[in-house]
Design a protein around this ligand. Structure first.
Ligand code: KG4
Ligand code: ZN
Length: 346
């Protein structure tokens, strides 16, 4: 079965052709990062316009690279929630038009749910199946959540961030350090440099209440602000100059605290929920330290941890097409009344 996936929920216009739910024949992503750089964040109106301009060339390119004509496509899957409403509308409208004109089923896919699937996408190699029940972790620019999955289509959310998402916190910390947008990957690279001291500044690792599986990154963000700019107020103190070495050490200290906070919650979830594997996804799964920690988590407990290949960490349409194949089998197709929806149901 060949599924064409379309993704336009935020600032990437993406299309992909996936065979039998796993094998990615093409994965085209047109990033808008350069358009939003001067605003240090995504501007919704600019994003929607860029999606309109790019969606058809991106779909054409995905079909061409897969060596598939439109007539060979069995279904069209689209990320229809959550995201920026104007951005979502472009992908949903394109997917509906294609599905209707081809007479093929349309499948609405939740973007956050699809991130969980990204760890099983492959090129040629066979990764095997996720053994359920599994724990799920999504860490992206907009979401940070833990799940328990009974199957690809039956899942419950165990916890989520009560303030910033992990990627958002990384991006803000990077801006404080004067790193270019999007900051997460740049901060990660800096923290990886030889000699970076991740204990230079003890930043808070949030735990919230005992037993809670929710996340919070606002305290860490404020601590980073004070470490960079000094503590304000009568009892405040000035910060040392931001030398190259201090910038590198602060990046490493921030990354260590942020990653530990995530791992603590995963470890806590693993203590109270039965699981036989871990599915992970979202832009921050590209983080070098988080990947090492997740691999170590799996190795020490002898469970498989499905980490996305780097090209499937960030927003992409292959995860939409891949999960689409599970959804159509378990839940059937959507119909043309499918709506773009800014909120997630998972
Ligand atoms: O999943 P994604 O592409 O978009 C959303 O659905 O939100 O995630 C983008 C986020 C951005 O905040 C970006 O800075 C972060 O993922 N990110 C990273 C790294 N690579 C991407 N954060 C930390 N370390 C990285 N290596
Ligand atoms: Zn995403």
């Amino acid at each position: 079965m060949l599924i064409l996936g379309i993704e336009s929920s935020c600032d990437e216009t993406a299309a992909s052709v996936v065979q039998d739910g796993r094998r990615v024949l093409s994965n085209i992503v047109a990033s808008q990062a350069a358009l939003h750089e001067e605003y240090a964040g995504v501007v919704p109106e600019i994003a929607s316009r860029a999606h309109v301009e790019r969606i058809l060339p991106v779909v054409r390119e995905a079909l061409a690279q897969a060596g598939a004509g439109l007539g060979m496509i069995d279904a069209v899957a689209v990320g229809h929630r959550p995201g920026l409403i104007g951005s979502l509308l472009v992908g949903v409208t394109a997917a509906k038009a294609l599905a209707w004109s081809l007479g093929k089923p349309l499948i609405g896919v939740d973007h956050v749910h699809a991130h969980l699937y990204s760890g099983v996408l492959r090129g040629q190699e066979d990764l095997g199946d996720v053994p359920f029940p599994a724990l799920g972790l999504v860490v992206s620019g907009g979401h940070t959540s833990l799940y328990r999955l009974e199957s690809w289509t039956r899942l419950v959310r165990l916890g989520a961030t009560i303030d910033d998402a992990l990627g958002e916190a990384f991006d803000k910390a990077a801006t404080l350090l004067g790193l270019p947008y999007p900051g997460g990957p740049n901060l990660d690279r800096l923290a990886e440099q030889d000699g970076a001291d991740d204990r230079m500044t003890e930043l808070p690792i949030s735990r919230i209440a005992p037993g809670s599986l929710d996340f919070s990154f606002s305290g860490l963000k404020t601590a980073m602000l004070y470490a960079v700019r000094g503590v304000p107020g009568p009892k405040g103190r000035a910060a040392p100059p931001l030398t190259e070495a201090r910038r590198r050490d602060l990046a490493a200290s921030f990354r260590r605290a942020a990653v530990r906070a995530v791992m603590l919650k995963l470890e806590r979830a693993a203590e109270v929920h039965a699981y036989r594997g871990v599915c992970t996804g979202g832009g921050v799964t590209a983080n070098a330290l988080l990947r090492r920690e997740l691999n170590a988590f799996g190795a020490s407990r002898a469970v498989p941890v499905f980490l996305p290949r780097l090209e499937f960490c960030m927003d992409n349409a292959a995860m939409i097409a891949g999960l689409g194949s599970e959804l159509i089998r378990d839940c059937g197709a959507s119909d043309l009344s499918l709506r773009a929806d800014p909120s997630s149901i998972v």
